[in-house]
Design a protein around this ligand. Sequence first.
Ligand code: KG4
Ligand code: ZN
Length: 339
Amino acid sequence: MFNKQTIILGIESSCDDTSAAILKNNAVLSNVIAGQKVHESFGGVVPELASRAHQQNIVPVVHEALKQAGITLRELDAIAFTAGPGLLGSLLVGTSFAKGLALGLQIPLIDVNHMHGHILAHFIDEGKPIPAFPFICLTVSGGHTQLVLVKDFLDMEIIGSTIDDAAGEAFDKTAKILGLPYPGGPLIDKYAQEGDPHKFQFAKPQIPELNFSFSGLKTSILYFIQKAVKENPDFIAQELPNICASVQQAILDILFHKLEKAARENNITEIAIAGGVSANSGLRKRLQETGEKLGWKTYIPKFEYCTDNAAMIGITGYYMYQKQLFAEQSVSAKARMNF
Ligand code: KG4
Ligand code: ZN
């Protein structure tokens, strides 16, 4: 019914990274990512600038992905693209491009949910152990914080999520308060490695069930910094590593409180993390340590598949291709998308 070897072009443009990848079955032949430095000084992604940059980047990025993979357009079996969730203007660029190219080549079009992509990145063939179903995935990114019960490749259930900010936003907004450029997550990670995680304490949210909240933490950090800087204008410069380590500790405490609860309540010991924040070195270390303590088998994605990338869209496309879950040409980009 379908080729033994399936060649898929994956396209990702949901936020501020334009990416294209070529997959042969579940193996990545190329994964090209063009970031957008234009947002750095704004403290966050500027949607209008993002979609314009995607328009400039999409053709060269796809071209480069094909070149690196040694694949021609005619060899593609399908095109998988991020249909949502994300910034509508950004999504529209990848969606329109994928639709046009699939129509021109007369090959199937596959509309991928970006959040499925983050999770299924664990199944990219790397010769490493892969999670066994059912497993729990803590997906932490700039836009989402979700606890997902993954029953099969395309059968997933959100069992907890944030009621306000995402974990990545907590990192990025703290960075902004500290005067660091966007995205601040990687910088907080870097400074935290030199600091004392117990030096400063911040408010802990009391949120029911498996849900998260980070807006109270953000406010608590803001007031704390404002007060400290009033007393000592050099406070941030003098204490940056300790502030970063303490903030990171507070975010990880919130995440792990609920991750451990989810594992316990569902009696599951296969535990994965995914999304941009899963690149955080403190989070990766803590997952490993908690896993050893609680007898979990833990799965941490390769660094380049944590933050947004098209390889994760390609692998999701591969599993959808096998089920012939194809989109019509009338498919549209969706800022919000059902799980
Ligand atoms: O998954 P992603 O690339 O994009 C979204 O789908 O949102 O995640 C981006 C988020 C940003 O908030 C960024 O600050 C955060 O991931 N991030 C990190 C690290 N690397 C990226 N946060 C903490 N530590 C890191 N090392
Ligand atoms: Zn993402």
